[in-house]
Structure formats: structure tokens, C-alpha cells
Design a protein around this ligand. Structure first.
Ligand SMILES: *Cc1c(COP(=O)(O)O)cnc(C)c1O
Length: 376
């Protein structure tokens, strides 16, 4: 990573790590197609920049939840295939069709709306999502035949092209995921029986793509792994040769020397054990630092490992650094690549009883975002 002078508070996203992770993941999964999932602003990493970095690594599809997220990619000039799969009941499929977005559809109503958006000179490319166990969206088994038959009619009339049939897994256990794959197989058979020949069958996200080879089909939809993190709680991206792309850091804003027994931050949930130095870090829950990680969240200050002392506040938290000679302006790393000796997003996930996905995606507020690497 190129050196960048630390600022008050920022997340640094290493776009070369995103590219390298996609290259590595393509080797690992060996599928004809790889979709980089860049929903939710690429899990906090910056949708447009991360999408470009993932495409540079050989991803040939991009995945988003909402049409608006796909339109943002198009407005930035990204022409790669994009699939959007979670829609408002009044979603503007016309705009999606004009922008050439593929639509993941979960009901007959959505299929009809998409077909109307395509009526005219060009078909709308759709991927029918089937429910295989997760109980979210996806066409229920009882409706498969009706939806597949109607999709075939709309294909014949030139309104839609059924480019894909897909689903999503629970990761509850390998047995549960294998059971869902069996349901997916029967959906694919019923689609074929209805006369459909979807070019892209896909069901695996990062977890299944890494551990369940039979789930890979024609395309895998990779989110968290693209950003260098493991989809498994307690795991590490390094186990798969992946490198975390995001570093969250800031600079010490104030330092004070205090006696033993001094209360620290709201509610005095921390008291100093002896005379010590307290460092003030200007990141708080407004930036997405979990208050739940009060007294637990790990930080690296001037290369030394500490934990937050007391409550995380809206704008700031305090760290008891003992007798270390910490100065205003010293760099504080909350998380980054553990291989460089700093805490990882996984350590923060453990400290806040959550998952690394939430740690990176929830960041925002007044945080700057800086990119390093990439083609810029
Ligand atoms: C978010 C999402 C993914 C990516 O999941 P990861 O676990 O981050 O790889 C894939 N498919 C769908 C439908 C999703 O919603």
C-alpha cells in the first residue's frame, strides 16, 4: 500500500487489494463467471471504485441489491453486466432496462412489470430467483411452473430473455446448504421442462463458493471475500490468500496524564488503575464505531496494541495507553490488515458481538474515504 499521511479520521481503501482478491478468488473457484457484489456502497468500500478494481481483477459481473445502485454504476460509465435483485413494489424497471441492468425477479408480478419495461425494441434480461430455503424473496416452489411458463411465453414474444435462474444459501450448515442445492436442482429441471435454457445458474455467495464446490455452477456472487474478509465468523481472509482492503484510522486528538482512580468517558465504566496517559481518538458511533464495543474494541496506537477504555461516545473514545509516549497527531489504527500487526475487522466483530460484514458496512458519518492503488 502506498503511504498516505494519516488524517483526523478516514477509511483507506486499497483498490489493489480488491483486484488481487478477485484474481485469487477466480483461481480458487474456477467458474466461467465471477460476480463482484458491490451493494451497500461495496460494503462501505466505495461502489464505483471497488467495481472498477474488481473488474480489473477479472470479475465479469457486478451485483447490487437495488436498481438505484446499478444506475449509479452506469452513471459512472461502467458498462459491465450488472444484476439487481431487491425491488421496491413501484420500482422503475424502465430506467433499469434503458440502463441495461439485468433484473433478479421473485414473483409473477415482477416478471410482468419487467416485461412491460422491455416491450418495444429490446428485451429485458432477467434472472428468476427461486426460494430454496432462506425464506426471503424468490419464487415459491408452488409457483415455479406458472412463472417459468409465463417467462417462456415472454421470451417467445421477445419481451424478456431469461438469462439466469438463481437462489441464495443460508450458510446454516453444509447439510442445510446441500438440501437447498437439491431444491435448486429441481427448480432448474422444472425451468428446463418449461422450455427455458438459462445461461447462468447461480446460488453461491462467498461462503459456499469457498467451501461447497458443487454450489458454484456457472457463476458465483462474491461480496465479503472480494474485500479480503472471511465469510466465516472466527475465520480470516488470509486463510484463502485474501487481503483486507479497508483500513480504518485516525489521529490522536488530545492526550492527558491522569492519576489513579480517574473515571473515563460517560458513566465512568472505566477507571484508571494507576497514574497513566489517556489518548483521545476522534471516532465515535456517528462514524459507525459500535458503542457495543465500549471497553473492548481493539486499537493500535503508534504500533502498540490497546483496547478502548470506557464508553464509545458519538464523536470520540478514550484509550488508556499507560506510560507509552503518545503524542497528539500519532496514528491510531482501529482495523486493517492483521498481517501488518494491526487489529482486523474480525477483531472488531468479536468485540461488538457481530460479523465483519457489519463492521465495514456500517461506517460512515464524518469519515473521509481515501483510495490507494487502482488505476487512478
Ligand atoms: C449480499 C449478497 C451476496 C454476497 O454475499 P457475500 O456473503 O458477501 O459473498 C450474494 N448474493 C446475494 C443475493 C446477496 O444478497
Amino acid at each position: 500500500m502506498r503511504a498516505v499521511t494519516a488524517v483526523f479520521r478516514e477509511r483507506v481503501v486499497d483498490l489493489d487489494a480488491v483486484t488481487a482478491n478477485v484474481i485469487r478468488l477466480r483461481e480458487l473457484v474456477g467458474t466461467p463467471h465471477v460476480m463482484a457484489v458491490v451493494k451497500a456502497d461495496a460494503y462501505g468500500h466505495g461502489a464505483v471504485e471497488s467495481a472498477r478494481a474488481a473488474l480489473a481483477g477479472g470479475a465479469d459481473w457486478l451485483g447490487v441489491a437495488e436498481v438505484a445502485e446499478g444506475l449509479e454504476l452506469r452513471e459512472a460509465g461502467i458498462t459491465a453486466p450488472v444484476l439487481a435483485w431487491l425491488h421496491d413494489p413501484d420500482e422503475d424497471f424502465e430506467a433499469a432496462a434503458r440502463a441495461g441492468l439485468d433484473l433478479g425477479l421473485s414473483s409473477l408480478e415482477q416478471l410482468e412489470t419487467a416485461a412491460r419495461a422491455g416491450r418495444g425494441d429490446r428485451p429485458v434480461f432477467v434472472h428468476v430467483k427461486v426460494e430454496t430455503g432462506l425464506s426471503r424473496n424468490g419464487v415459491a416452489e408452488a409457483d415455479w411452473d406458472a412463472v417459468f411458463a409465463r417467462a417462456r411465453e415472454l421470451e417467445a414474444s421477445g419481451d424478456v430473455v431469461v438469462r439466469g435462474v438463481f437462489s441464495h444459501l443460508s450458510n446454516a450448515s453444509l447439510e442445510d446448504d446441500r438440501a437447498a442445492l437439491a431444491v435448486f436442482e429441481s427448480a432448474l429441471a422444472r425451468a428446463r421442462a418449461a422450455g427455458l435454457a438459462p445461461e447462468l445458474r447461480h446460488i453461491a455467495a462467498s461462503a459456499a463458493a469457498l467451501t461447497l464446490p458443487e454450489s458454484r455452477y456457472d457463476l458465483v456472487r462474491l461480496g465479503i471475500a472480494v474485500y479480503g474478509l472471511s465469510p466465516f465468523g472466527g475465520g480470516s481472509g488470509a486463510e484463502y490468500g485474501l487481503r483486507p482492503a479497508m483500513t480504518l484510522r485516525g489521529r490522536v486528538a488530545a492526550v492527558r496524564r491522569v492519576p489513579a482512580g480517574k473515571g473515563v468517558s460517560y458513566d465512568y465504566t472505566y477507571r484508571t488503575a494507576g497514574e497513566t496517559t489517556l489518548a483521545l481518538v476522534p471516532l465515535g458511533y456517528a462514524e459507525g464505531i459500535p458503542r457495543h464495543a465500549s471497553n473492548r474494541g481493539p486499537v493500535s496506537i503508534a504500533g502498540h496494541a490497546f483496547r478502548i477504555s470506557g464508553r464509545v461516545a458519538m464523536d470520540q473514545f478514550v484509550v488508556d495507553v499507560g506510560d507509552l509516549d503518545v503524542r497528539v497527531g500519532d496514528e491510531v489504527v482501529l482495523f486493517g490488515d492483521p498481517a501488518t500487526g494491526v487489529p482486523g475487522a474480525d477483531d472488531w466483530a468479536a468485540a461488538a458481538d457481530t460479523i465483519n460484514y457489519e463492521i465495514v458496512t456500517r461506517l460512515g458519518g464524518r469519515l473521509k474515504r481515501t483510495f490507494v492503488g487502482g488505476a487512478q
